[in-house]
Ligand binder design. Structure first.
Ligand SMILES: [Cu+2]
Length: 497
């Protein structure tokens, strides 16, 4: 290549190798221009909410699912073989959760294209912030390939605000630290270590709310699984590509291999794919429509990086992200939370050297880690966290100043035991930022307290009544941590990618 070649062309050539690994092999060898064209016109993942029931995308997806169900079990592209990939390998409760599921969807989407012959097909997504019930095309009976029996969260059951609403989305999208946005760092795909809010709250809650097979690691057998995870992907993309937050450049994350798990459109196992490479997937292989939940979130100012190369570099390079534990300032003993009721644990904050400096999403963080004694076997309830609210119960509104956050459960002891990691998931924590509560207390002019009374309320999911009776908590831990992140990337407003 001549050195005088325009930078965009060089960039495209560099992308060819990535494209091949990401499954989107160039259609032609017709040089840079056609490849650039192909990238520019990559398929658009659209929101189900904006589609009529007979939309071509829904029909194609239904046909793809039917085709996968008709494949012999020996074919890696068959419906149950695809779900088995999740059962065998899916990471949860750690920072591989996002890229692993990105890859899973990417290759699944290409299988859908192959089996239906629809080259421009892109997976739709379920924007559950704006669409609170299981979308209509997924209901009905066994004659509908997108239906599955055994779900509990069927209409009129609807997802509550605190697990998918706009206030929660503002919190999630406003989190600048990748290690909190994406769940805890971990050295390997499994075990679970700690759940950040994106994974613990909307992600886990959806699995528990839909119920049935969605509540287990065989969840991809419910066709709505892929729509749900595509929304998670949409949020990650929003956080990176629109809001300009950097993924970590820690090589323990970027160099993790996801080879040997997924299969391509012909059913061959994919090797060589790494987490770092997957950072580029939304720039090369698909993009999203503009059914944006951020439009109703006022304090976020979405911009789009107009310069594709700058965006590509930004995604490839990531940033220096740290979440350094300064101290465990308080912890509690074990206690139980009856489902449908509340329990209180008292934590001292006397050891926080400068409580006044603690802020929500700032550099000095006060993080509550709730450690269950075991992950409940059912995801049919979730937990709300309050501070300083002794009279709390399941009917206490969550729009008051003492509500801190919620989390839900999603795990599969069968899958984790199967891999000899049994027991590790039990210690996975749910991370809740209590900085917002401290901020509000400070703003109210009240003297900062020496103790934080933390209330956990276990609330049944809407839909079927909860079978679980109690949540056993082995303890709460209050961690003071220092968060360092690159400043969000300054972006110009420009045309959408
Ligand atoms: Cu999931």
């Amino acid at each position: 290549m001549m050195l005088t070649e325009p930078a965009s062309r060089r960039h495209v050539l560099q992308s060819i190798g990535s494209l091949a690994l990401l499954g989107a092999a160039p259609l032609t060898l017709g040089g840079c221009e056609s490849l650039l064209e192909q990238i520019r016109n990559r398929p658009v993942r659209r929101s189900l909410r904006t589609m009529p029931a007979n939309d071509q995308v829904i029909q194609t997806y239904r046909a793809a699912v039917a085709a996968m169900k008709a494949l012999p079990a020996s074919d890696r592209r068959s419906w149950n073989a695809q779900a088995q990939i999740h059962f065998d390998h899916c990471p949860h409760g750690n920072w591989f959760f996002l890229p692993w599921h990105r890859a899973y969807l990417l290759y699944f989407e290409q299988i859908c294209r192959e089996l239906t012959g629809e080259r421009s097909f892109a997976l739709p997504y379920w924007n559950w912030t704006c669409q609170r019930q299981i979308p209509a095309p997924f209901l009905g009976d066994a004659s509908n390939a997108l239906f599955v029996s055994g779900r509990s969260g069927v209409p009129p059951a609807a997802l509550p605000d605190e697990v998918v609403g706009t206030a929660l989305m503002a919190t999630i999208l406003g989190e600048p630290n990748f290690n909190l946005f994406a769940s805890d760092p971990a050295p390997t795909l499994r075990p679970s270590v700690g759940y950040g809010t994106l994974e613990a709250t909307p992600h886990n809650s959806l699995h528990g709310f839909v119920g049935g097979v969605m509540g287990s690691f065989q969840s991809p057998r419910d066709p709505v699984f892929w729509m749900h995870h595509n929304m998670i992907e949409r949020i990650w993309w929003e956080w990176n590509g629109v809001l300009g937050n950097a993924n970590t450049n820690d090589t323990a994350w970027t160099q993790m291999s996801l080879g040997g798990m997924f299969c391509d459109r012909a059913g061959a196992v994919i090797d060589g794919v790494t987490v770092g490479l997957l950072n580029l997937a939304p720039l090369l292989s698909y993009r999203f429509d503009t059914d944006s939940f951020t439009s109703c979130i006022r304090d976020l100012r979405p911009h789009v990086i107009a310069d594709r190369e700058a965006l590509s570099r930004f995604l490839r390079e990531g940033g220096q992200v740290e979440l350094r534990r300064i101290d465990t300032v308080a912890s509690s003993g074990a206690f139980e939370v009856p489902v449908g009721r509340a329990a209180t644990a008292r934590l001292s904050v006397k050891n926080v050297p400068n409580l006044a400096a603690v802020t929500r999403q700032g550099p000095q963080r006060l993080l509550l880690r709730v450690v269950p004694a075991e992950q409940p076997a059912t995801g049919d309830f979730f937990v709300r966290v309050f501070v300083g609210m002794p009279e709390v119960g399941p009917d206490t509104p969550t729009d008051g100043p003492r509500y801190v956050g919620s989390f839900a459960f999603f795990n599969d002891p069968a899958a984790l035991g199967h891999h000899g990691h049994g027991g590790t998931a039990a210690n996975a924590a749910f991370v809740v930022d209590v900085g917002a509560a401290i901020e509000r207390l400070r703003a109210s002019g009240a003297a900062l307290p020496e103790t934080l009374d933390v209330q956990l309320v276990a609330v049944p999911m809407p839909g079927a009544p909860a079978r679980a009776r109690t949540l056993r908590v082995s303890g709460l831990e209050l961690r003071l941590a220092e968060s360092r992140t690159p400043a969000p990337r300054r972006m110009r407003e420009g045309e959408s990618q």
